[in-house]
Design a binder for this molecule. Structure first.
Ligand SMILES: CC(C)(COP(=O)(O)OP(=O)(O)OC[C@H]1O[C@@H](n2cnc3c(N)ncnc32)[C@H](O)[C@@H]1OP(=O)(O)O)[C@@H](O)C(=O)NCCC(=O)NCCS
Length: 167
């Protein structure tokens, strides 16, 4: 991907590559996730140690997880985490995007689309039946983005945060 245009990068050509995450991405990814927290998750900061622990868990259960970064000049500027699971109705399985964040300076360049395409490719490689994602109800920007990359509003995701209101 080599985008240019009306961004903080002006006419500068930047090259972004999507690849699987490595343990040494953890610090960059923690920073990105703390930006995501501002729009989605509330008040629990993500530490580098937490991301490293998550990666260890994903590696130990590789059949259930995939993590991708979009890298520019050695730095992660986008992150997507996906989980793969079965239900009685979907015996091949569902790919659920559980986190997606693009650095604010790199939005609108196709980075988010490239990360979602990587997740779709991985889901198809694993012969999943479908891909899905939940967004905060008020995150209309993300909902518009997901519609542009092929998702529709098939379900409403409901939930209860057991930690809400606790420190
Ligand atoms: C949502 C997000 C991941 C999109 O990433 P991005 O790299 O800016 O998106 P892209 O440049 O790949 O855009 C892909 C398409 O979606 C469209 N799109 C992106 N953001 C949009 C928005 N806010 N409103 C409408 N369309 C949008 C683009 O115009 C593009 O359409 P096109 O290819 O048909 O021209 C990014 O804005 C982000 O990180 N937001 C904050 C975190 C967040 O909300 N994550 C989702 C939590 S579930």
């Amino acid at each position: 991907m080599s985008p240019t245009g009306d961004t903080p990068h002006g006419d500068e050509i930047i090259v972004v590559v999507v690849r699987e995450c490595r343990p040494d991405d953890a610090k960059n990814i923690a920073d990105l996730l703390n930006d995501l927290m501002a729009v989605a998750h509330g008040d629990r900061p993500v530490t580098t140690a937490r991301v490293e622990s998550y990666f260890r868990h994903c590696t130990a259960h590789g059949e259930m997880y995939a993590n991708f970064v979009a890298e520019e000049s050695g730095r992660a500027v986008g992150f997507l985490s996906a989980v793969f699971y079965q239900t009685p109705f979907h015996d091949k399985g569902t790919c659920l995007i559980n986190e997606l964040i693009v650095d604010a300076d790199y939005r609108g360049l196709g980075v988010g689309r490239a990360l979602v395409e990587s997740a779709k490719d991985e889901a198809k490689r694993r012969a999943m039946d479908e891909i899905e994602v939940g967004t905060e109800k008020n995150n209309v920007d993300a909902q518009r983005f997901y519609k542009r990359v092929g998702f529709d509003e098939e379900y409403v995701l409901m939930g209860e945060d057991f930690h809400k209101g606790k420190k």
